[in-house]
Design a protein around this ligand. Structure first.
Ligand code: MG
Length: 212
């Protein structure tokens, strides 16, 4: 990323299949939460699994990078505020998510937001975007922007009506069905199909300090 995000705004339960696999309904309005910028890592960096957190899952997602300050933008003009699209992994400590009423802890650990190389938004219709997640080369998730319960222009209008989106901020649009745990030693790949691939090894906390 050329610019540091001031925030990462994430959408929960935005694919019907994923909401159902965790026993949830699709919400009537977008369900939003934040990940801290301190969770960001890039392509090739390690996802560090903290000690004692239990199950940790991948969530491959279509990420949207803001290019211009956006406050209360309309749905029709929303895409003019987008600089780029990125593959993003909304890494989640699933046991902690179930335990807590809100998800700051489960979603907020360092390295829990890998983001891949940006794809210029100019001339790109986001409805053509698709995302695939692979673990150790095997496909685990596949989703298309056309399956989003709330589409990208609607989300930008909705979120910018709550908080000003600054250049470099990232919107994570939700994960399709197929979430599952990852373990140290795995390699997780999130591909914006045909455009950009994000690849991250998973390591146990402590191992990264030893250079393993
Ligand atoms: Mg997610």
């Amino acid at each position: 990323m050329t610019r540091r995000a001031s925030k990462i705004v994430c959408i929960g339960r935005n694919y019907r299949g994923h909401a159902a696999e965790l026993g949830n309904e699709v919400p009537a309005e977008p369900l939003i939460f934040l990940k801290p910028p301190s969770a960001l890592v890039g392509d090739g960096d390690a996802i560090v699994v903290p000690q004692g957190v239990g199950r940790v899952d991948f969530e491959g997602e279509i990420g949207v990078v803001i290019g211009r300050r956006a406050r209360r933008v309309g749905e029709a003009e929303a895409l003019a505020y987008v600089a780029a699209y990125v593959p993003l992994n909304d890494v989640t400590a699933r046991d902690l998510q179930r335990k807590d009423d809100q998800w700051t802890r489960a979603k907020g650990f360092d390295t829990f937001c890998p983001v891949g190389a940006p794809v210029d938004a100019a001339g790109l219709d986001p409805r053509t975007l698709a995302v695939i997640t692979r673990v150790n080369g095997a496909e685990r998730q596949r989703g298309s922007a056309t399956e989003l319960v709330f589409g990208i222009p609607f989300l930008l209008a909705y979120v910018s009506g709550i908080m000003t989106l600054e250049p470099g901020d990232i919107l994570a649009t939700g994960t399709p069905e197929g979430i599952a745990p990852i373990q140290p030693g795995d390699v997780v790949e999130v591909e914006l199909v045909g455009l950009s691939t994000l690849r991250n090894p998973v390591v146990a906390e402590g191992a990264e300090a030893r250079g393993a």
